[in-house]
Design a protein around this ligand. Structure first.
Ligand code: CMC
Length: 440
């Protein structure tokens, strides 16, 4: 097949023509224009008209849905939530406001913000019986496995918010997920260190409350450091949503069958856990610890470039960002703020800065457009605050819950929504006769 673009995307002639060289037949496909980003060729009727599927494993050229929530321009290093840049949101906003924005499309006014925070705050306790669920896990279980299991189990405790056709139940489920995720995550941590669970406090803000539930103990008062709380809140903003990444696509695909919201978010958590996705923050800090001092960097750079070595620079590279990840820039700045506030340093930060410098001047990384991503510096901050590496991806999941929920709601509310059902290029055996056991 040869392809010929006929002024794709221009309003005057927005079609795309494909010629099937097998039959000589030409097919004209509509081109759709978004408000930003590349035009898309609409192939929804392609199979019906041509008897061919399109083939795109890894979705490198495929838009899987229409969305109004988040926009990324990977070449320019731009990330917008509902049109607002991540730099401005990280600088001027707070996580609760960003949650409202992602869910509702607009920034809240004062009264709306107050009401939203009030609702989230008053949904933060979990069903007391859910706390017993934790005891079924081994003490050394990875907190991501606990988070995944307990989130899925929420469907068993909150049966009044499972009807996805009812917008009110969807709203309640959304609020519960955003409100209870810090409690569930903090409990996963407490369980792993053998400390009693700490109940949420309604006098604290979202990030403060999470820090208190994680680090407070019943035997003494706990004071939240405001700079740490601010850094935590900013980290949540930076992770809140990121368009159609693997975990979000997983949530959408799971939700497209009509599965309940808790099951869908548990599916998203499972997908996020992988080291190529949210698990990279844990892997990046482990890698920096392994590298240790800047003099070892050349050895690891050589390994990352070696095709026969599976080692990759963790926290480096991105499917979409090919210039820089704007979240990484804010994250690097936040490391300095946290260090100054806590009056600490971490030699691994110097190693990370040097690694970034060396890699960004190495033709291998330059040619492949590999730059530090959000996970490169986040682990250094989290470690300075006192989180063990196993909690890093849990924090990512906590923050991303609002993005998953917003994307899931957008999908369910779409009147044209269909179950996600990709097709395949089959290369297995053709039909053959069953062979009896004795003849194999
Ligand atoms: N170190 C060394 N080489 C790399 C790296 C890396 N971190 N990332 C990509 N490459 C090379 C890769 O070997 C390939 O080379 P070639 O073309 O010669 O085969 C080329 O760059 C393209 O890589 P790819 O894996 O085909 O690209 P992708 O878009 O499928 O993968 C990625 C993107 C993020 C999975 C990948 O860059 C990676 O594995 N990075 C390390 C893990 C990581 O930091 N993940 C966090 C992503 S940001 C947070 C999030 O959204 O979850």
């Amino acid at each position: 097949m040869s392809k010929e673009a006929s002024s794709a995307g221009t309003p005057a002639n927005n079609t795309f023509t494909l010629t099937d060289n097998r039959s000589g037949k030409a097919y004209t496909l509509p081109v759709l224009k978004g408000t930003l980003g590349p035009d898309v060729v609409d192939v929804r009727k392609f199979y019906g008209e041509t008897d061919c599927f399109t083939f795109d494993p890894g979705f490198t050229s495929t838009g899987s849905c229409e969305s109004k929530i988040t926009f990324i321009d990977g070449d320019q290093g731009v990330l917008l939530h509902r049109g607002y840049s991540i730099d401005e949101l990280a600088e001027h906003s707070d996580f609760m406001e960003v949650c409202y924005l992602l869910l509702n499309g607009e920034l809240p006014n004062r009264a709306e913000k107050y009401e939203f925070e009030h609702i989230i705050t008053h949904h933060s306790m979990v069903h007391e019986q859910l706390t017993f669920f934790y005891r079924g896990f081994r003490r050394d279980a990875h907190p991501m496995s606990i988070l995944c299991g307990v989130t899925g189990a929420m469907a068993a405790f909150y049966g009044d918010s499972l009807d996805i056709t009812d917008p009110h139940q969807r709203l309640i489920a959304s609020h519960r997920l955003i409100a209870k995720m810090p409690t569930i995550a903090a409990m996963a941590y407490k369980y792993s260190v053998g400390q009693p669970f700490v109940y949420p406090r309604n006098d604290l803000k979202y990030a403060e409350n999470f820090l208190a539930m994680t680090f407070a103990v019943p035997s003494e008062p706990y004071h939240v450091n405001p700079v740490v709380a601010k850094a935590m809140d900013r980290l949540f903003i930076l992770h809140a949503d990121h368009e159609q990444n693997a975990s979000t696509s997983t949530v959408r695909l799971a939700g497209s069958s009509g599965a309940n919201p808790y099951a869908c978010i548990a599916a998203g958590i499972a997908s996020l856990w992988g080291p190529a996705h949210g698990g990279a923050n844990e892997a990046a800090l482990n890698m920096l610890r392994e590298i240790g001092t800047p003099d070892k960097i050349p050895h690891y750079i050589a390994r990352a470039k070696d095709k026969n070595d599976p080692f990759r620079l963790m926290g480096f590279g991105h499917r979409v960002y090919k210039n820089y990840d704007p979240r990484a820039t804010v994250m690097q700045k936040t490391v300095r703020e946290v260090f100054d506030a806590l009056k600490v340093t971490d030699p691994l930060f110097d190693t990370a800065l040097e690694l970034e410098h060396i890699a960004l001047n190495d033709p291998y990384f330059v040619d492949k457009k590999l730059c530090p991503n959000v996970d490169f510096y986040s682990g250094i901050i989290l470690s300075a605050i006192g989180f063990p590496t196993t909690m890093f991806t849990v924090l990512f999941a906590l923050a991303r819950t609002v993005g998953w929920v917003a994307q899931w709601n957008e999908m369910i509310s779409d009147p044209n929504q269909k179950i996600g059902r990709p097709r395949q290029l089959y290369t297995g055996p053709t039909e053959r006769d069953y062979v009896e056991m004795g003849k194999r």
